[in-house]
Design a protein around this ligand. Structure first.
Ligand code: ADP
Length: 670
């Protein structure tokens, strides 16, 4: 570039230099700076040419306008003379560097213009050829105050945004559509275990552990397609940090300047919530495990207790009813006490087991329309012996209102009603009454057990249905466990009903059970108690019964009990495999099979017996200590023709054996 301007004006002190300069300008044919004046005047930026001795050789109109210095007052004068405020050390250094290096330099500096900051950007370009022996620099200066102010504001804004995102108690990242990080906040960088400088620009698949990378990209793609994306991520505890669980949201971001899409990832720390959830699940599991263990223990205990009870109750029954060796009155009393105590224990075992089954939610309830009258009559008949003992009079109310059906589980309704009846008898006065009646209450039937007993005070009513609560009855000498009413309430509620009491002290109590009415079209006969087969005339012919039982005391009892049936011969085999052999070689008329046997159980034994032609048709009765309805159901389904529970009831056993032997005889006869 060659620039020539008219001879620069120098100060009076510089007279010799000025003269020399004018002369030089005239002498330099290639550097006619004036030729450029027109061009540079058209430029809106300030333009000047300054020589290495800091003298102005050329300035344009914009320069004059903005500095307020006339051109003639500048040319030939030094910068320090014309604009003393503008000559700073940085400017001087930049000028010298440009001259030394021969390269373009840019300087941005700020000036104070009457209290207002002015930012100038000056491009220093070396002039290729010397101007009259002096090396020069072309300065193009632009006022960038507006731009610099905006940039400063933007930078300040960015800094604030970053500070905000870093302070935010969450995890934030921004990515482009190739899944490269464009932003990661400090907190997330710490979790990812890499410095920010490494993360920005890196692919998520390079940064995340493999088990998280694929799912993260998948979630991001969903977000980019406008779908909602919420996922969870678990970071196990490491030497560097504690366990961390994040709930992640991927959200589509705005389109970037180059048209590519971006997305954001926001993570919230949900470790506390997860820990609480896990603790709750663990506690629930533990509670369920404990419950299962308790149930197992109770059912085991119940079985273990039933076996010796079988001997206690069985032999007591035999003693009391042995016509060959009748007991003295005193002995009868003693044996009666054994029987009573044993039965009490048995009912306690049954109740505790039921209660535990209710607590573990394993109580099976099967609802069906149940005819009320036959059920009430059956229960009253069962309670008759207890009532006679007191004595208390059992009465049936209006038969008409009892001629209806309720929606209930017949077995469980019977259990609840028997409990109310036994209480009404136990807590009655001598010669008192117990009346059972019913009334309709809209869609419900109310079954009532009304007694003339000691009554209950209002403050006792609240504790009445609490398990093991006896309200002082313990001291009264009346036998009980305090479970009956608690169990009855559970049972009635499980059938969709309610149980309660209306009572006043000394004027008796009315316990009621309300149940939904059953369908009218039901067949009441189907719910009537199965009439026990009348004991037939004793048969004198010898009938062989094979009893498979591994417990010798039980076998002894069975021998003694069946000895009451003349003509019946009992053969006992302990081992089930021996029993198969024995039954095949000499088929008996009836099989009595214990269920809990060593090696193979009663079910398997029956199955094997059914496989052989000699033993296929022999009727089999299950004799077991398990009294669960489910066990009974299973046994009848498996092909047992009856199910007797231990402790054995003498009458029930004798009737069952007799009736089977009769059926067997008539089948054989036919
Ligand atoms: P249990 O009769 O075995 O003690 P229950 O749960 O059946 O247990 O009854 C709880 C308590 O409620 C009894 O101990 C007794 O104090 C009281 N109770 C129950 N029924 C009556 C009743 N008909 N009259 C007076 N008190 C009763």
């Amino acid at each position: 570039m060659a620039l020539v301007r008219k001879t620069p004006r120098l100060g009076p002190a510089d007279a010799p230099r000025r003269v020399a300069a004018r002369r030089s300008a005239r002498r330099a044919p290639t550097l006619d700076l004036r030729a450029y004046q027109v061009v540079i005047d058209a430029i809106s930026d300030m333009v000047s040419v300054v020589s290495d001795d800091e003298v102005y050789w050329l300035v344009n109109d914009a320069w004059c306008r903005q500095t307020g210095v006339r051109r003639d007052d500048a040319i030939g004068r030094s910068v320090a003379e014309v604009l003393p405020g503008s000559i700073t050390q940085r400017r001087r250094d930049t000028l010298n560097r440009t001259l030394r290096s021969g390269r373009v330099s840019v300087l941005r500096d700020a000036f104070d213009r009457g209290g207002v900051k002015q930012y100038l950007e000056t491009i220093y370009s070396p002039v290729a050829e010397a101007v009259q022996g002096r090396r020069c620099v072309l300065l193009v200066t632009r006022d960038v105050t507006a731009e610099a102010t905006a940039l400063a504001a933007m930078l300040a804004g960015q800094t604030q945004t970053r500070a905000l995102l870093d302070a935010f108690p969450g995890y934030i990242a921004a990515c482009d559509e190739d899944h490269r990080y464009t932003y990661v906040n400090e907190r997330l960088a710490q979790v990812l275990g890499r410095p920010l400088s490494e993360l920005i620009g890196a692919l998520r698949s390079e940064v995340l552990p493999p088990e998280h990378a694929a799912s993260s990209v998948r979630e991001a793609e969903r977000a980019l397609q406008g779908e909602q994306s919420i996922s969870e991520r678990h970071y196990a505890a490491s030497a560097q940090r504690e366990r961390l669980d994040l709930e992640l949201r991927h959200v589509a971001g705005p389109e970037m300047a180059d048209g590519r899409r971006s997305y954001y990832m926001f993570g919230v720390d949900i470790t506390e919530r997860k820990l609480a959830q896990e603790a709750a699940v663990a506690a629930k599991d533990e509670a369920e495990r404990a419950n299962r263990a308790k149930s197992r223990f109770l059912s085991l205990m119940s079985h273990e207790l039933r076996t010796p009870m079988n001997a206690i109750l069985g032999f007591a029954q035999l003693l009391l009813s042995d016509p060959a060796h009748p007991l003295s009155t005193e002995q009868q009393q003693h044996a009666g006490e054994i029987l009573r105590g044993g039965r009490h224990l048995l009912s306690l075992i049954n109740d505790v087991l039921d209660l535990s089954r209710i607590e573990t939610g394993r109580l099976a309830i099967t609802l069906a329309p149940v005819a009320l009258l036959p059920l009430v009559e059956e229960c009253l008949a069962l309670m008759e012996p207890l009532a006679r003992e007191r004595p208390v009079h059992l009465k049936l109310g209006d038969r008409q209102t009892l001629q209806c059906q309720v929606q209930a589980d017949p077995l469980r309704l019977r259990q609840a009603l028997l409990n109310l009846l036994s209480n009404a008898i136990k807590y009655n006065r001598a010669d008192g009454d117990v009346t059972v009646d019913a009334r309709l209450l809209g869609e419900m039937v109310e079954l009532r057990v009304i007694d003339t007993g000691i009554g209950i005070t209002p403050d006792q009513v609240g504790r009445l249905f609490v398990a093991f609560e006896r309200l002082g009855a313990r001291r009264s000498g009346v036998e009980g466990t305090g479970i009956g009413l608690a169990l009855s309430r559970h049972l009635v509620r499980a059938m969709g009903g309610e149980i309660g009491v209306d009572s006043a002290l000394d004027s008796g109590s009315t316990f009621w059970i309300r149940l939904p009415r059953g369908a009218r079209s039901g067949d009441p006969a189907a719910f009537a108690p199965v009439a026990a087969p009348p004991p037939g005339p004793a048969r004198v012919e010898r009938r062989r019964v094979l009893y498979v039982e591994d417990n010798r005391v039980n076998a002894l009892l069975m021998h003694a009990m069946l000895a009451r049936l003349p003509g019946v011969e009992l053969e006992h085999v302990e081992d089930p495999i021996d029993a198969i052999e024995r039954a095949r070689t000499t088929p008996p008329a009836l099989l009595l099979l214990d269920i809990e046997l060593p090696g193979i159980d009663g079910f398997e034994l029956l199955k094997r017996l059914r496989e052989h032609e000699h033993t296929r048709h022999i009727p089999a009765i299950a004799v077991s200590a398990s009294a669960q309805p489910a066990d009974i159901h299973r046994a009848l389904k498996a092909g047992f023709s009856a199910y007797l529970t231990k402790p054995l009831d003498l009458t029930e056993l004798l009737q069952a054996v007799q009736s089977h032997l009769r059926t067997q005889r008539s089948t054989q006869a036919g």
